[in-house]
Structures are given as structure tokens and as C-alpha cells.
Design a protein around this ligand. Structure first.
Ligand SMILES: Nc1ncnc2c1ncn2[C@@H]1O[C@H](COP(=O)(O)OP(=O)(O)OP(=O)(O)O)[C@@H](O)[C@H]1O
Ligand SMILES: [Mg+2]
Length: 320
């Protein structure tokens, strides 16, 4: 990964707090647990931890612990000696050995089988590993970074995660908030990805299109945003407007946005119910007039109103 792609784009207060917390502990031996939904940036944080630490010149090894049978996983992590099992025709170094003096990133730690949990605990407590089929311990010095999509505490309570391992890996815990809880990051992220995917086009995003992205809920978080911007960059010319955005994002937004905007009026501007409804109506009338270049008959028609009703409303709102 190049230095450039490692930039963690953010201006959010909680994210900056998380980064500050990391900066304080990168050079300690404390294990770091990254917790966050899919696509929030756990892996980019893990890279950041390694790259900014004194271990950065040494190896950074990452592995997902999900969807791998326990036997295979043990041999991946700890290596094996020749003949340890039928297919072990050669001895093999495990990832912990490869990461020695560097950092190891265990992704999806919430999926790790119990017998591997026991082995991991041993590595953390004794600071040594044992290859599968061997009896000789090998001393290991690695910075452990783990990531989980769920709160491990809940798994401990359900007895599917060892409490002692939990306390070992949870020495420093960094919560990475989902994108919908840091909407102030959407604009800088969009601008970052536009530059990244289309440096030569100098693409801009219109206010309206950006607002749609800001209001969307982002279940796939930054990964989803990144993919969308990447796709848009293929087709857009100069300025991205709402129609350039995927239908599912625009569709999800229309009514939802309206309700949110109205709600904001109540809460932030202390408007009354009547004020909000009037404001909606006033804006509908204005937009219809604008769209029909001031032609009242056309505007009334576009709203499915009779001309006289339309005119009454214009009078009510003192538009004419
Ligand atoms: N703050 C950020 N600034 C720039 N790029 C980011 C940021 N956060 C995430 N990304 C990018 O978004 C994508 C998803 O991030 P990442 O792979 O780190 O998420 P994750 O939490 O590990 O997801 P998963 O749980 O699905 O593995 C990556 O391409 C990453 O580079
Ligand atoms: Mg990941």
C-alpha cells in the first residue's frame, strides 16, 4: 500500500479523538482492538497504526479469521513442522513468525474458533508460539491489532469468546463510528475519492448531489461511498448532479430527506407545526413558478391545481 492511499480522511471530532488515542499508544506493546461496522475503515486504521509506529520498517501481516477451518487457521497463524499432518510435506512459518518485530492484524476476531482463542491467549501471555506438531517454543515480539464488527463483550457473555483473551486484546479499544454518525466526513471523503479516482477530470459535486449523499444512511459505510464515487468518476464530466447518483440512493432520499428537513426545522429553528407546513407549501409554489418562468397557468397545472386556487395561495403567501 502506498503512503498516499493510507490517508485517513476525516474532520470529525470523534474520529480525531480516536486517532489521537492511537497516536499515544502506537509505540507501546499494548494490543489494540478496532471495533466498527463493515467498511468503516478498520483495515486502514490497522495500517496506520503499523506505519506510524517504530515497527514500520518491519513486516505488517494481516489475516481474516473468518471462514477458515480451525486446523488450517492454526497452521496459517503458527506454522507447522514437516509431517505435522498429512499434507504438511514441508515445514512452514506461520504469520506470527513472519510478523516478528512488526505488527500482525487479525481481522474478524469475533469469528475465531475457541481452540484458536486458547492458542492466541498463550501467544499473548507467554510471548511465544509453537508451530503445529512442534514442542519447541519460538519467542515472538509482535504488535497485535485486532478488529471486530461486534462488541466482543456480548460474545463473552454468551460464552463464545474467552473472557481472558478479551481482556488481553482489549487493552486499547478504538471505536470507529459508522459514517451516518459522522456526516461531516462525507464532503471531505467525496472530494478525496473524486481526486483519487479521477485526478485529471477535476470533478466537482453540486450542492444538491452532495446533500443527497449527506442524508443517505450508508449501511456499507466508507466502502460503499468509495465504490459509488468510483463508478460516478467513469461517466461524469465536470459537475456531479443528483441524476448522476445511483437510483437507490436518490430514491431512498426523497421522502426521508423531506421528513428530516422538516424535523430539523422543528428542532433547530423552533418552528411550529403550522410554520413548517406553510414553509413547505410556500416552497412548492415558488418552485413551480420558477420552473415555469413565472407563468402562473403553467405553474398551477404542474401542481395539479386550478388557476384560481393557485392564485389564492400566491395571495395568501404574498408571493404576488
Ligand atoms: N477515513 C478514510 N479515509 C479514506 N479512505 C477510507 C477511510 N476509511 C475507509 N476508507 C477506505 O474505505 C474502504 C473500506 O475501508 P476498510 O477496508 O478499512 O474497512 P473495514 O472496516 O476494514 O471493512 P470490513 O469490516 O468490511 O473489512 C477502503 O478502501 C479504505 O481505504
Ligand atoms: Mg477489513
Amino acid at each position: 500500500m502506498s503512503k498516499k492511499s493510507l490517508i485517513i480522511v476525516t474532520q470529525n471530532k470523534n474520529m480525531r479523538e480516536a486517532i489521537r488515542k492511537i497516536d499515544k499508544v502506537v509505540n507501546s506493546d499494548a494490543s489494540i482492538l478496532l471495533v466498527g461496522e463493515t467498511g468503516v475503515g478498520k483495515e486502514i486504521f490497522a495500517e496506520y497504526i503499523h506505519r506510524t509506529s517504530i515497527r514500520s520498517e518491519n513486516a505488517f501481516v494481516k489475516i481474516s479469521l473468518s471462514a477458515m477451518p480451525a486446523d488450517l487457521l492454526a497452521s496459517e497463524l503458527f506454522g507447522h513442522v514437516k509431517g505435522a499432518f498429512t499434507s504438511a510435506s514441508e515445514e512452514k512459518k506461520g504469520l506470527f513468525e513472519i510478523a516478528n518485530n512488526g505488527s500482525i492484524f487479525l481481522d474478524d476476531i469475533d469469528d475465531v474458533p475457541l481452540n484458536i482463542q486458547t492458542k492466541l491467549l498463550r501467544v499473548l501471555e507467554e510471548r511465544e508460539i509453537m508451530r503445529v506438531g512442534d514442542i519447541k517454543p519460538i519467542p515472538i515480539n509482535v504488535k497485535l491489532i485486532t478488529a471486530s464488527k461486534v462488541d466482543l463483550k456480548e460474545l463473552v457473555e454468551k460464552n463464545i469468546f474467552r473472557a481472558d483473551l478479551y481482556y488481553r486484546i482489549n487493552v486499547v479499544r478504538i471505536n470507529i463510528p459508522p459514517l451516518r454518525e459522522r456526516r461531516d466526513d462525507i464532503k471531505p471523503l467525496v472530494e478525496h475519492f473524486l481526486k483519487h479516482f479521477s485526478p485529471e477530470k477535476k470533478l466537482k459535486i453540486s450542492k444538491e448531489a452532495l446533500q443527497i449523499l449527506i442524508d443517505y444512511n450508508w449501511p456499507g459505510n466508507i466502502r460503499e461511498l468509495r465504490n459509488i464515487i468510483q463508478r460516478i468518476c467513469l461517466f461524469a464530466e465536470k459537475e456531479i448532479i443528483p441524476i448522476d447518483l445511483p437510483a437507490e440512493i436518490r430514491g431512498m432520499n426523497t421522502i426521508e430527506n423531506l421528513i428530516k428537513a422538516c424535523h430539523r426545522c422543528f428542532v433547530e429553528n423552533s418552528m411550529t407545526y403550522g410554520d413548517v407546513i406553510n414553509c413547505l407549501e410556500l416552497n412548492l409554489l415558488r418552485k413551480a413558478l420558477d420552473d415555469s418562468q413565472g407563468n402562473q397557468s403553467k405553474a398551477a397545472k404542474s401542481l395539479n391545481l386550478s388557476l384560481s386556487t393557485f392564485r389564492d395561495k400566491l395571495k395568501k403567501f404574498k408571493i404576488v
